[in-house]
Design a protein around this ligand. Structure first.
Ligand code: ARG
Length: 466
């Protein structure tokens, strides 16, 4: 083995001295990229067996390399591997250990490869596996919401605009709104997985290689449909990471909206839901309190995920082709955002499944705030032939009267209503209740219980097909 004095056995030939401590500090990525060890080892095994098949290294060397890599995998998994910052990153840590284990054959592994295509591969594989896990977590939250929607197809609650009572809706319909969001999130995640289905290994440093490598073979062995087509793009593309971050940001935004609603609904003032003790915390000073900390943290994690997206977009913008060390800054943002999203999805799924829906409180609130005023206006259009604008005006007077009398609309007497418009008759009371209001909204996509049941069936069928 050729020795050098430089302190770096990978490129020591060219160097007379080792790095400054600060250089090592800024340069080393092993503290975070060690997460990629499994991908790095699979990538190297696929590369070595391809090199042997193509006659670029001997099959004896390939066998030794593979068994050395297996040993390293078990050392890392057993927590026995000594990671070294002097060896910079996961790629060089593993290669250096391989050399200790099998000697000179280890030096043949890096033939026709560079850390540039190696890291692009490792990170892409990690991102793909993570996206697959996120997709499964989305299935779980969708299933939890569908269960609630089915159970509460008939439960009335106030629907809000501007967080002011607007029209009654069903809680099932409200849950299904989030099913729509998470289903779109899932389709974004699936798109990202599909787009990342090309293998960058073999692009080498930036220009490809003169060795007769078989990129189809390594791509297939590593679970990709085929190799990437342009070596420069292969080593400098981090779109797959941005795809993860942007879909995570959008999903985190949806989670934060649901989290905010849970925070509001679980206040004593609203009392629409009660979180289980498993998903609440107490206060160290105020004994009466039960706080929705998990929901608040989900709401906050979304900010953190957005930060990661903006961070990486900014790191990558303006980078010249091909690889620059800036790109080493891609990983922490993605690792952090992925774990923030995963814990948020799991916590939200738990909160939804375990929470108690207080149907009486929802119903009482649904009937307050003159929430069936639109139903009265619609009745005047339908039954008395008024233009909607006039009906709106008449209804406004009915609301003003009810407010003045301290009553709800359906508590006004027929005489009082007829005093506002003489076409009003007793059948108006059929539409003034919240149940009648929601049941009448059968337009496609509307909140009626029968629609909710149909939509639950639609989603169950779709999600079972998987
Ligand atoms: N640790 C590096 C990274 O994460 C690996 C690639 C290094 N390549 C290089 N030419 N220095 O990006």
């Amino acid at each position: 083995m050729t020795k050098s004095n430089s302190g770096n056995e990978m490129w020591g030939g060219r160097f007379a001295s080792g790095p400054d401590a600060i250089m090592e500090e800024i340069n080393a990525s092993i503290d975070f990229d060690r997460k990629l060890y499994a991908q790095d080892i699979s990538g190297s095994k696929a590369h070595a067996s391809m090199l042997a098949q193509q006659g670029i290294i001997s099959s004896e060397d390939a066998t030794q390399i593979a068994s050395g890599l297996d040993t390293i995998l078990s050392e890392i998994e057993a927590g026995e591997f000594k990671f070294s910052r002097a060896l910079e990153d996961i790629h060089m840590n593993i290669e250096a250990r391989l050399r200790e284990l099998i000697g000179d054959a280890a030096g043949r592994l890096h033939t026709a490869r560079s850390r540039n295509d190696q890291v692009a591969l490792d990170f892409r594989m990690w991102v793909r596996a993570t996206l697959t896990g996120i997709s499964l977590s989305l299935d779980a939250i969708i299933a939890a919401l569908l269960q609630k929607a089915e159970h509460h197809a008939d439960t009335v609650m106030p629907g809000f605009t501007h967080l002011q009572s607007a029209q009654p809706v069903t809680f099932g319909h409200h849950c299904l709104a989030y099913v729509e969001m998470f289903a779109r999130d899932k389709s974004r995640v699936e798109d990202a997985i599909a787009r990342s289905d090309e293998c960058p290994l073999g692009a080498a440093a930036l220009a490809g290689t003169g060795f007769p490598i078989d990129r189809e073979m390594t791509a297939k062995a590593l679970g990709f449909s085929g190799p990437t087509r342009n070596s420069l793009d292969s080593v400098s593309d981090r779109d797959f990471a941005l795809d993860l971050l942007s879909s995570a940001s959008i999903c985190g935004g949806h989670l934060s909206r649901l989290a905010e609603e849970i925070v509001i609904w679980s206040t004593p003032q609203f009392g629409f839901v009660t979180l289980s003790d498993k998903f609440s915390t107490g206060s160290s000073i105020m004994p009466q309190k039960k706080n929705p900390d998990a929901a608040e943290l989900v709401r906050a994690k979304s900010g953190r995920i957005n930060g990661s997206l903006i961070g990486l977009l900014t790191v990558l913008k303006g980078l010249p082709l091909a690889y620059s060390k800036d790109m080493q800054e891609d990983k922490e943002a993605v690792f952090d955002a992925a774990s923030a999203l995963e814990v948020s999805l799991a916590a939200m799924t738990g909160m939804i499944s375990d929470m108690t829906v207080n149907t009486d409180a929802m119903k009482a609130a649904a009937g307050s705030g003159f929430s069936t005023a639109t139903d009265l206006a619609d009745w005047l259009v339908r039954e008395a032939g008024l233009p909607f604008r006039d009906a709106h005006h008449v209804t406004g007077r009915a609301v003003a009267l009810a407010e003045q009398e301290g009553k709800q609309l359906d508590e006004l007497s027929l005489e009082q209503l007829q005093g506002i418009h003489d076409a009003i008759n007793a059948s108006v009371y059929d539409v003034l209740s919240v149940e009648a209001s929601v049941s009448s909204r059968t337009s496609f996509g509307g909140t009626a219980p029968e629609n909710v049941r149909k939509q639950v069936a639609y989603w169950k069928e779709r999600t079972n097909k998987g």
